[in-house]
Structures are given as structure tokens and as C-alpha cells.
Design a binder for this molecule. Structure first.
Ligand code: SAM
Ligand code: SF4
Length: 330
């Protein structure tokens, strides 16, 4: 699949639920309302949709959410999708998780061909973690990470940069990830969805974080690339890498290779734009014929916009997009 700007679309992110067992302050409001369950695609429908994308040339699938591991029987979906790995039509099946349920699922994920997991973790301080996630238990997440590593999964830690927190936690995170052998990626906060407050106070440009890290660590540009938007630096003292994802201060749209599917079957061609295509209609209206679904996918890809329009500053309202990251899948 190629879009109108000659970008090959080879990466699909799929949100399998908008629900979550945490309420991270930058992601959700405390009293989030979730989509009615009957609007959600069934695991069979998700499999059919993902498989249609694989048939169209997608080589990498990332399962996300909400928290993907709170979706009941989610391993069934991983198991179904693993047939594309075995057939050689998919290079990677992976997920992004908050880690809280990882201990229960690590071995099954490994058995389904998952080899790498992104775990979101913003601080190693139990009290700060509990406050940031509103009721998360850091011990559970660390146990999940440890179990996953022992099961053989390679782990990357993602941390959302937040003013007032990350300045304190960053060095410890770099040190800990170095000790554990994990790469670490810092992500700028994106203005998505009502969080019951403003993001302007917590927005921390990664350029500022970089300046801070440079004082303690020897960072040199790395030629490592994952096909994602992260720019990597090697950390001489730990032998690990740090990635920086800067959608606001320095965007990467010209090399974008991805589209995102929500748990209700809406395809977003850009995380930062509202244009979307309904795939649930053609999926449910034609249960035994893929033609209309494939046509809807092709039409959507042809409309993929050139770039996003995120902006957090004093003149622009917050949020820039009304939908939450947990709907589109981060
Ligand atoms: N629940 C899983 C998790 O936390 O990893 C998967 C879904 S979560 C929406 C995916 C990623 O998006 C996480 O790394 C999270 O920190 C990030 N995220 C959520 N809201 C964000 C925002 N407004 N800006 C930037 N990143 C955000
Ligand atoms: Fe849940 Fe992930 Fe959002 Fe945190 S970032 S509330 S863990 S979906």
C-alpha cells in the first residue's frame, strides 16, 4: 500500500479496547466514559481486519489500547495472528502495555511469536507512580517486566516527558534501564483528549530534557532505527540507547509508515488528524466477502494526510484533538 505521498504503509497499530486498569493523568480523565461493549469489534473481527491489512502489505502489527492485556481472552487474538508470522507474511507482532498484567501473559505472548514488548513507565518512585496513574501499583508493573524478561521477551521502556516529574526521574530511569539492559524512549505529551485539566503546565520539550541528560550522560547519535519515529542516542556509560519521540517540536511525518485502527473499527490515517474511515461497516455488512473491506482500506490509505497539526502553546486551546490516545491507540 502506498499513499498519495509515496509513503509505503507497512505498520498497523490496533487498539483492542479503550478500557484501562490505570488512569494516567496525561492520558485520561479520572471519570472516563468508555465505549459501550457492543460497539467493540469482537476478537474474530479484529483478526479479520488485521489479516486484511497483512494481505495488503502490512508487515508489522502492534496491539495496543487502552490497556490491551485487560481485554478478555486477548491471547486468542495473538494466537490467531501468529499464523501470519509463521507464514512469513508478517515480520513482527508486538504490543504496548502498562505492564500491570504482563506477569500473567508473558509466556503466552512468547509462545505466540511476540519477541519485543513496549512497556510504559514514567517513574520508578512508587508514590509518584501511584499519583501519576491515579491508582497504579509500581510493584506489579516491575514484577510484570521481570517476568516478561525471564520469559525471553525483549523490553523497551516508554516514558512520557512531563514537566515537574521527568526532570526528577530521568537520570534514575536511564540508570535503571542501563542496568536491566532495556532501551528507553522519551515521548513528548500530545494534546489528545480531555484529561480534566490542562497540559500546558506539564508539557516538557525533549530539547530541555536532552540538555539535562547531557550533563550526566555521554550521548552520541546512534544509527539504530526501528522504522518508528524515535531518534536514538547511544549512552556510553550504560551501553544502552535512549530514543526521543518529538511529535510537537520536530515532527517526522514525511517518513510515516503507519495507520491506526480503533477498537470500534475506525481507521485513523494520522494520529494527529480527525479524518477517519469506518471499516466496521464493510466488515459487518459483508461477513463472507472481503472485497468491500479491502476497497474501504485502499480508499482510506489514498487519503492519508501529509502531516499532523498538533500544537501546545498559549494561543491554542487544549486539547487539539478531542479523542484520547487510548481510543486511537498510542
Ligand atoms: N495502556 C498501554 C500503555 O500505557 O502502554 C497502551 C496504550 S497507551 C495509550 C500507549 C502509549 O501512549 C503509552 O506509552 C502512553 O504513555 C502514551 N500516551 C498516552 N497519552 C499520551 C499523550 N497525551 N501524549 C503522549 N503519549 C501519550
Ligand atoms: Fe491506561 Fe496506557 Fe492511558 Fe495509562 S497511558 S491510562 S496505562 S491507556
Amino acid at each position: 500500500m502506498q499513499d498519495a505521498y509515496q509513503r509505503a504503509i507497512t505498520y498497523l497499530r490496533v487498539s483492542v479496547t479503550d478500557r484501562c486498569d490505570l488512569r494516567c493523568r496525561y492520558c485520561m480523565a479520572e471519570d472516563m466514559t468508555f465505549r459501550p461493549r457492543d460497539e467493540l469489534l469482537s476478537l474474530e473481527e479484529l483478526d479479520r481486519l488485521c489479516s486484511a491489512f497483512v494481505g495488503r502489505g502490512v508487515r508489522k502489527l502492534r496491539i495496543t489500547g487502552g490497556e490491551p492485556l485487560v481485554r478478555r481472552n486477548i491471547i486468542h487474538l495473538f494466537r490467531r495472528l501468529s499464523r501470519h508470522l509463521e507464514a512469513g507474511s508478517l515480520d513482527e507482532l508486538t504490543l504496548t502495555t502498562n505492564g500491570s498484567q504482563l506477569a500473567h501473559h508473558a509466556r503466552d505472548l512468547m509462545d505466540c511469536g511476540v519477541r519485543r514488548v513496549n512497556v510504559s513507565l514514567d517513574t520508578l518512585d512508587p508514590a509518584e507512580f501511584a499519583d501519576l496513574t491515579r491508582f497504579g501499583d509500581l510493584k506489579k508493573v516491575l514484577y510484570g517486566i521481570d517476568t516478561a524478561r525471564k520469559a525471553g521477551l525483549k523490553i523497551k521502556i516508554n516514558a512520557v516527558a512531563q514537566r515537574g516529574l521527568t526532570e526528577r526521574s530521568a537520570d534514575r530511569m536511564v540508570e535503571w534501564c542501563g542496568d536491566q539492559g532495556f532501551d528507553l524512549t522519551f515521548i513528548e505529551t500530545m494534546p489528545m483528549g480531555d484529561i480534566g485539566g490542562t497540559r500546558q503546565d506539564s508539557y516538557l520539550p525533549l530539547s530541555a530534557l536532552r540538555t539535562q541528560l547531557d550533563r550526566r550522560w555521554t550521548l552520541t547519535p546512534s544509527d539504530h532505527a526501528t522504522g518508528g519515529p524515535s531518534r536514538y542516542m547511544d549512552v556510553a556509560e550504560t551501553g544502552q540507547r535512549i530514543g526521543f519521540i518529538t511529535p510537537l517540536s520536530d515532527h517526522f511525518c514525511e517518513s510515516c509508515n503507519r495507520v491506526r485502527l480503533t477498537c470500534t473499527g475506525t481507521l485513523y490515517m494520522c494520529l494527529g488528524q480527525d479524518d477517519a474511515a469506518d471499516l466496521r461497516g464493510p466488515l459487518r455488512d459483508h461477513p463472507s466477502e472481503d472485497g468491500p473491506l479491502l476497497q474501504a482500506i485502499d480508499d482510506a490509505i489514498a487519503r492519508k494526510p501529509k502531516g499532523h497539526e498538533f500544537l501546545i502553546d498559549d494561543t491554542h486551546g487544549d486539547p487539539a484533538l478531542t479523542r484520547h490516545m487510548s481510543v486511537t491507540g498510542g
